[in-house]
Design a protein around this ligand. Structure first.
Ligand SMILES: [Zn+2]
Length: 235
């Protein structure tokens, strides 16, 4: 193969690689996965808040239950004291104490009920959050599998193209390859073009008769006066 043809094959491979990369970047699963993961992070935060509410609710309930147990014990003690004494004043004072225990216990029972209702609501919200997380995780897994399958096909094709390109590059004289790489780096993607009719095949700018003549007299490989890519002059 002539250097000019090798050059065109390399630029075709680079163009194919560029298109493959674009296809990979534009796989629709990527955007959707990002959406799902953002949503999942929100639900995670929410679930953490719910867990905190559960802890605080459990703690409040435990405090009430402890106080209730303590009051029951005190009630027995005071009751025993009343049973033992005949002193009227003492009995009155102890009875008052019992009544205050009883009032406090009523309030505690009311508060306990309220905490239990709160606990039920928290459980409902926690279940919803956990169901949402499970749903999002399942969606994520399904999308990821489909993304990986499609991306894998594209990456395999890119690897083959890359290998072909390396083989072609090895066939090119080093100085020509260097010129090509320089043009490719500055242009992004394709470093060479050919004359198609009377214009550059990549930048599409029409060449004047003078420019065409100069290129034809300059050998097989010139440079596009507009985009400065290497330009293969067709025989
Ligand atoms: Zn051009």
């Amino acid at each position: 193969m002539s250097d000019a043809n090798t050059l065109l094959e390399i630029t075709a491979a680079d163009y194919a690689l560029l298109k493959l990369k674009k296809r990979l970047d534009n796989l629709p699963q990527r955007a959707r996965l990002l959406e799902i993961r953002t949503k999942r992070a929100e639900v995670d935060t929410h679930a953490a808040q719910v867990a905190q509410m559960r802890t605080s609710c459990d703690q409040a309930l435990k405090l009430l239950q402890d106080e209730e147990a303590m009051l029951r014990e005190r009630t027995h003690e005071v009751q025993a004291q009343i049973d033992k004494t005949n002193n009227y004043k003492e009995v009155t004072a102890l009875t008052n104490e019992l009544e205050s225990f009883s009032r406090r216990m009523e309030k505690i029972e009311f508060d306990e009920l309220r905490q239990m209702e709160r606990s039920d609501k928290i459980s409902q919200v926690a279940e919803q959050a956990s169901a949402a997380l499970a749903r999002l995780t399942a969606q994520d897994e399904k999308l990821l599998a489909s993304y990986q399958a499609q991306a894998g096909t594209i990456q395999k094709e890119a690897a083959l193209t890359q290998r072909l390109r390396e083989k072609l590059a090895a066939d090119l004289p080093p100085d020509l390859l260097k010129r090509y790489e320089k043009a490719r780096a500055s242009k992004g993607g394709q470093g060479a073009a050919h004359i198609e009719g009377n214009h550059c095949s990549v930048c599409s700018v029409e060449l004047t008769e003078g420019q065409l003549g100069k290129l034809r007299n300059g050998g097989e490989i010139g440079e596009c006066p507009h985009c400065h890519r290497l330009l293969v002059v067709d025989a």
